[in-house]
Design a protein around this ligand. Structure first.
Ligand SMILES: NC(=O)C1=CN([C@@H]2O[C@H](COP(=O)(O)OP(=O)(O)OC[C@H]3O[C@@H](n4cnc5c(N)ncnc54)[C@H](OP(=O)(O)O)[C@@H]3O)[C@@H](O)[C@H]2O)C=CC1
Ligand SMILES: Nc1c(N[C@@H]2O[C@H](COP(=O)(O)O)[C@@H](O)[C@H]2O)[nH]c(=O)[nH]c1=O
Ligand SMILES: [Zn+2]
Length: 365
């Protein structure tokens, strides 16, 4: 292994930017990007992302596109290449055969655990492990799924300027404009989106992605049932949208739903699924990135169980006032997030609204 140059860092940054929009399309595999670069010209020869559904892998595809031009090139790849025979041949073999001279890796893959780097080096290929934070963030879901048997969890909540998630008895106040677009992009890049049964009942959401250019990007929709089960009449359960819904219910809860809706059973207490067991069951279903759109109670329960990796708080310009439902029963939401160990990690204006991202200080890799 040797050092990382400024050019290396730029190529890895570019690889992450290229892969990011494909998140949500590659399960059960991570969305890896591979760039074949001519090091003398600093020119891109070929690039690829893991294909829809997870195969072919990015490296094999980029090398195939580069053809004979791959010889002597540097391969930038966001995740350590595989060296196992899975449902595709090992990418390490393709890299060695193509005559790649140098491989720069953004993040280690817990499934390979450095084994691929050793193989590349023993074939005489200079191999650099960058520990590149954007690559690690891109693959956090894949990494957590293999290290902790759960997906990366993003919780998203929209609050009014006075910290309310909606009006008593009226459900959530609608989010429109650029904030709505941002939420739909986040949904499209997730493998599943989850709401509590109470939210499914109160808001009757469809949880679809309606943005032009992103047809078919609605993720698996998940309803977390409580002791009173689910309401068959709501869009997510009884509506016909062509998109799939899964209900997660505690082992003994009675669920009344059409056969087109699958019910997954997990252990729990008092008719409520245990949240850690819920996440494990989703990881086993190949969910790497889970978006939760919680109400007050589910947000509190997830934070209490230490199961939120990233919290997206959209603060809207309007105020709701005295008949509002606060985001948290335990005081200002920013204080609750800080108490849960999440720190502010960035933000941006979304039209008249504002997005603040809170993250758990890095715990992967
Ligand atoms: N502004 C925003 O961004 C959003 C606002 N909302 C608003 O929030 C309100 C609903 O919030 P709230 O009533 O707090 O319900 P939530 O939807 O936050 O979550 C609670 C639901 O999940 C079920 N559940 C199952 N297992 C668990 C568990 N282990 N821990 C916690 N809950 C579990 C509960 O069942 P049980 O009933 O048995 O407890 C209940 O149905 C709605 O009015 C909606 O408009 C909702 C989403 C986003
Ligand atoms: N998507 C991706 C990789 N994903 C790795 O390969 C594993 C799946 O292998 P398989 O079942 O054969 O598809 C997956 O769990 C992850 O470790 N590897 C790569 O070299 N490049 C890729 O683009
Ligand atoms: Zn591979």
């Amino acid at each position: 292994m040797s050092g990382l140059s400024a050019e290396d860092r730029r190529w890895l940054d570019a690889a992450v930017r290229y892969a990011a929009p494909f998140a949500g399309t590659t399960a059960d595999n991570p969305a890896v990007a591979a760039l074949v670069v001519d090091p003398r010209m600093q020119a891109l020869v070929a690039r690829a992302v893991t294909a829809k559904g997870g195969r072919p892998h990015a490296e094999a595809e980029a090398i195939a596109k580069a053809g004979f031009e791959a010889a002597g090139c540097t391969l930038y790849v966001t995740l350590e290449p595989c060296h196992h025979w899975g449902r595709t041949p090992p990418c390490v073999d393709a890299i060695i055969r193509a005559g790649i001279m140098r491989v720069v890796i953004g993040a280690t893959d817990p499934k390979s655990a450095g084994g691929s780097m050793a193989q590349l080096e023993s074939a005489g290929i200079e191999t650099v492990l960058a520990r590149h934070a954007p690559s690690q963030a891109l693959h956090a879901g894949h990494i957590l799924r293999h290290l902790a048997n759960r997906p990366f969890v993003t919780a998203m909540l929209a609050v009014s300027a006075d910290g309310m998630i909606g009006r008593q008895g009226e459900g959530r106040a609608p989010v429109e404009g650029p904030a709505r677009t941002w939420i739909e992009i986040l949904r499209a890049r997730s493998d599943a989106v989850l709401v509590g049964a109470a939210t499914a009942r109160a808001d009757n959401p469809a949880l679809t992605v309606t943005l032009p250019g992103l047809p078919g990007r609605t993720p698996l929709r998940v309803v977390l049932a409580g002791a009173s089960g689910v309401d068959r009449k709501v869009n997510l359960i009884g509506g016909f949208s062509g998109y799939r819904t899964v209900i997660i219910a505690e082992t003994s809860t009675s669920i009344d739903a059409p056969v087109s809706v699958e019910t997954m059973r997990v252990t729990g207490k008092a008719g409520r699924p245990d949240l850690a067991a819920t996440l494990t069951s989703l990881a086993e279903r190949h969910i790497q990135n889970l978006l939760v759109e919680p109400g007050q109670r589910l947000a509190a329960a997830l934070l209490e169980a230490d199961l939120v990796d990233r919290f997206a708080l959209i603060t809207r310009a309007e105020t709701i006032g005295a008949d509002g439902v606060p985001a948290s029963a335990d005081g200002p939401i920013a204080d609750v997030l800080a108490a849960a160990g999440l720190v502010e990690a960035g933000g941006q204006a979304l039209g008249d609204d504002h997005l603040t991202l809170y993250e758990r200080p890095a715990r992967t890799d």
